[in-house]
Design a protein around this ligand. Structure first.
Ligand code: GLN
Length: 481
């Protein structure tokens, strides 16, 4: 039995009776036992997965109807609530927090009979790009365990890439689904803002973040998007997508489409292997009948600064609720008066989150808001205008997902600004609300490189068609585990 199959293939195989759900789930659990000690994709597990598998097998045997996911094993980033299980956000502050309800995406997946194997590691509260800021230890890249898997949804990407589940859900505030997808050679998708409900996602910067799937193939992303997208009365920012079918016509191709290469994203600061992979992807698109043109965005140089100003401000506000009174970790109240207790308890945040909260307290404060926060909002608006203008002439934008190859664990941890700058290629989709996807494209000296495509708002379906076309131009080696 091949644990590395796609979700669509899995469904076929279960339907054909090639294996039972219990067999597949047991094998997946074995795989986790064998590799996760080293890879550390997971923070917690559901102990009842075999039971759930047996129940579903029984239903199939009795010819009862079961959901379209047929018990496939999936993982969920540990900042998305799954009822009754721990949701720690990889923070000591939420060490003992048990989610009292399911996120909308989780409910939707459960209603299609997925089996949630466990919750995956992340940078604390999704702030980071390497998973090294998890309070529970870093995850390792299965392509080379000395290297970071990317982040912040690093555990999700590792679990999919190392066959420890079939697909995962992550969250993408500034690239956190696409970045680890690129580093671990899986597909990572951030939808148009509002296409997927954020209800039950623990907020970092709610005005720009989205939940997104990490999968082995683009078709699988379309399959999951069909399940988890659409209006949710519990999230007022969601869009009614009229039950769009993202999987139909996925093979429509890119003949005659116009693709813009963002000049600034293949210039200074981009590894030469990454530039070369992007040029190869462009050639593939040309062979498929697309027209390529170079574009430049005036506001791009300010995008990372604008992103960190806006997200830190929202994070400062969102994280103010962690006072360790309503939920938190074990830290007795005795001996403290009210304020000193809270300030002492909040010392349990890690260094990166603390940095963001300090920044987020300063940039919108009286006397500085005009200089920083309001300016950042102006950049966001201008960038959106510019990109909307570009989409009048072109269908997609193309760029490397990350400017650099995966780096070694520990290599950049002491240089926060260097880490911030690695978000250069991904944050524009978040700031402008556009859908974007990372497609695995090359392996350079054993390290994966992903190519990013961005489309206009609500063009998620054509975006997946273009990504599918690109995916099918390459055959990548198997992960060496
Ligand atoms: N690296 C970015 C940050 O730390 C992106 C994080 C994310 O998308 N959650 O904010």
């Amino acid at each position: 039995m091949n644990l590395g199959i796609s979700a669509l293939r899995y469904v076929e195989e279960v339907k054909n009776g090639s294996f039972t759900i219990e067999e597949f789930i047991s094998k997946t659990v074995e795989q986790i036992k064998k590799h996760d000690g080293k890879l550390h994709a997971y923070l917690s597990f559901d102990d009842h997965v075999i039971e759930q598998a047996r129940n579903l097998d029984r239903k199939i045997a009795n010819k009862e109807k079961i959901g379209s996911c047929f018990g496939m094993p999936i993982s969920i980033k540990d900042n998305i609530c799954v009822k009754g299980g721990k949701t720690t956000c990889a923070s000591k502050m939420l060490e003992n927090f048990v989610a009292p309800y399911d996120a909308t995406v989780v409910l939707k997946l459960k209603s299609e009979d997925v089996i949630i194997i466990g919750k995956t590691n992340l940078d604390e509260f999704a702030m980071g790009i390497s998973t090294e800021f998890s309070a529970y230890g870093t995850s390792h890249n299965p392509w080379n365990t000395d290297y970071v898997p990317g982040g912040s949804s690093g555990g999700s990407a590792v679990s999919v890439s190392a066959f420890e589940c079939i697909a995962s859900l992550g969250s993408d505030t500034g690239g956190s689904v696409r970045n680890p997808a690129s580093f671990c050679s899986v597909v990572g998708f951030k939808p148009t803002y509002g296409l997927i409900s954020r209800y039950g996602l623990i907020s970092y910067a709610n005005s720009i973040e989205q939940i997104g799937p990490l999968t082995r193939t683009v078709e699988d992303t379309a399959f999951f998007l069909n399940i988890i997208s659409g209006f949710d009365p519990n999230d007022d920012t969601t869009i009614d997508n009229k039950n769009e079918d993202y999987l139909s016509n996925i093979d429509a191709g890119v003949e005659g489409k116009k693709i813009g290469i963002i000049k600034e994203m293949v210039g200074q600061g981009t590894d030469k292997e990454v530039v070369s992979a992007t040029n190869n992807a462009i050639k593939k698109f040309e062979e498929l009948g697309a027209k390529i043109e170079e574009i430049s965005l005036d506001m791009i140089d300010y995008s990372v600064a604008s992103y960190y100003t806006i997200t830190s401000t929202e994070a400062g506000s969102n994280l103010a609720r962690y006072d360790n009174l309503r939920y938190g970790y074990d830290f007795p109240l005795e001996g403290y008066e009210f304020n000193s207790y809270i300030s002492k308890a909040r010392k349990n945040f890690g260094p990166e989150v603390t940095r963001r909260m300090i920044l987020g307290g300063f940039v919108p404060s009286a006397g500085y808001a005009g200089k920083y926060f309001l300016k950042a909002l102006k950049v966001k608006k201008k960038l959106t205008d510019e990109i909307n203008e570009a989409f009048k002439k072109i269908d997609f934008l193309i760029a490397p997902t990350v400017p650099v190859l995966p780096f070694k664990i520990g290599e950049k941890i002491d240089d926060p600004v260097a880490l911030f700058l690695l978000d250069f290629n991904t944050v524009i989709a978040n700031l402008t609300g556009k859908p974007a996807i990372s497609v695995p494209f090359e392996i350079s000296n054993g390290l994966p490189i992903g190519i990013q495509l961005i489309a206009n708002s609500m063009q998620d379906k054509p975006l997946l068609q273009a990504a599918y076309a690109l995916q099918n131009t390459v055959k990548l080696p198997e992960v060496p585990i």
